[in-house]
Design a protein around this ligand. Sequence first.
Ligand SMILES: NC(=O)C1=CN([C@@H]2O[C@H](COP(=O)(O)OP(=O)(O)OC[C@H]3O[C@@H](n4cnc5c(N)ncnc54)[C@H](O)[C@@H]3O)[C@@H](O)[C@H]2O)[C@@H](O)CC1
Ligand SMILES: [K+]
Length: 574
Amino acid sequence: MSELLTAAQMRAIEQAAIASGEVTGLELMERAGRGVVEAVMEEWPELAQSSYKAVVLCGPGNNGGDGFVVARLLKQRGWEVEVFLYGDPDKLPPDAKANYERWCGMGEVRNLSLKSLKEATPRPADLCVDALFGTGLTRPLEGELFDIVSAISTGNGDFFDQRLVSIDAPSGLCLDSGRVLRQPPSQAAMKLAEISGQKAEGPAPFSDLFARLTVAFDSPKLGHYLADGSAVCGKLVVKDIGLINWRCLQSPAKANAKTLNFIASGRGVLRRPEVRLVERENQVVDLRWFTSGLFVGLEKFFPSHKSHKYAHGHALILSGLSGRTGAARLAARAALRVGAGLVTLGVPHEAVTEVAAHITAVMLTEIDTPEILSRVLTDERLNALCIGPGFGVVRAAEFLPDVLAAKRTTVLDADALTALSESEMGFADLHDKCVLTPHAGEFKRLFPDIAARLAEPPVKGPAYSKVDATREAAKRAGCVVLFKGPDTVIASPNGRCSVHAATYERAAPWLATAGSGDVLSGLITGLMARGFAPHHAAETAAWLHTEAARSFGPGLIAEDLPEELPKVFRALGI
Ligand SMILES: NC(=O)C1=CN([C@@H]2O[C@H](COP(=O)(O)OP(=O)(O)OC[C@H]3O[C@@H](n4cnc5c(N)ncnc54)[C@H](O)[C@@H]3O)[C@@H](O)[C@H]2O)[C@@H](O)CC1
Ligand SMILES: [K+]
């Protein structure tokens, strides 16, 4: 299981390990540099066959220190290595300084400028190592540094031949938010923005693919997955630097006083991960648990139905008016495929014929008014609800009070979210068994101030992130919020948070197709019917949704997603 760390958490872990006497900072830096060289040779095996030319750009902190280690290790392999330093060598932190000095015994260090870089690369280098900034980036790049980083971004390969490896992060990327820090806007840009009514933004050194390979240490950071992170990192490799086992083995009995203080301060080293990456490993375990029938919770409500279909729950999906019933039918099909025991569509009278013509395993009940819904919900076996897909905003506003009063596990999506944002009732009636599934536009309508903060250009680090925004939203709403995107963030009011990334090797751009969101809602509803807690259901649904899309491949339409699930389950061995 991966936990996604903030830069401060990573720093705190390193400091605690060093303070405990487990390892020195110098040794950690050596392991980091070794990890980078290893990752480079794994990514480009042709580079391991002979010796080549590298340019290494070192920054003023420990990221630069890693760069000096990489330079030394490549030189020891017989490479021609040109090293550049941005900043004053006398001001380097101690471990970086030690590695600077070791390198000085092997080769020259040039002052980093566009001119010196051009002079040193009459022919492009085979590898460029970006060791300018990592977790210590606090402000946007400026001046010549800005120009250099813009110039080296992949595609601008005057100085090197395509292979750009970034140590820890593409320099300029905020590792807490996945956003590339921008300079404050110029006066002219502000004036222009004022006229066009848009937000003024200063320049960023890059905004799309930067590195071909990014090598991080210990654990991935939030910024590797959120926002632009995955686009600018290229491929992400995380190398162990020996701290994971140390963290696992730490127990209060073994830890020394400094570590104990650290644990007590609760800064995230030894306690449960604060943000987890939703991955195959943890979802497979969870899925086995649910298909084995050992789920908890429902038995206590339906003791006599333990091995009956009711033991797998009964989901009620509310349908829109005729001509708009497709969305709810998609959701219902997904709920059934993901294993809800029974799924019923609640359909308005005038759409009954339309819906009945399309369904077989899904059941149908007529629900025309909120009063009828309340009557239907006197059947306590209906344990999960979904309202919103194709439902109509006005109807959603009428139904919402009764839906929420029923206090079932409930997914609110699409029109239900718009109705919620327009209604006077605010978030007071939501309860902790609700899941809101907004995309960016719906999120903005529901939480305009939070969305505005997230839209502010990131001019200093750590920048406000989608994790910050979703956590704030979940706290305000008092329920789980799943904020959609290629970087989906799921947060609970207690701060529990997960990131599901359909990026890097899990990218499935064809998932952005009409009706795909309705399927996601159905999956969450179905899993909640089966007894999954809301946060867990949202995580697992997001993962299965992408997995089904990846399994099907390009050409996918929303209808294919539920039908692909059996294949996904089979591939998982369940
Ligand atoms: N601390 C440790 O023990 C380890 C650190 N490691 C490396 O160390 C890195 C973190 O090192 P640091 O905390 O020194 O941070 P960085 O090396 O990322 O950068 C910090 C320095 O950059 C300056 N700076 C920040 N933003 C700037 C900007 N826009 N323009 C100009 N200067 C700017 C800061 O004032 C500071 O001097 C990690 O990313 C990783 O690569 C690894 O060696 C593993 C071990
Ligand atoms: K870097």
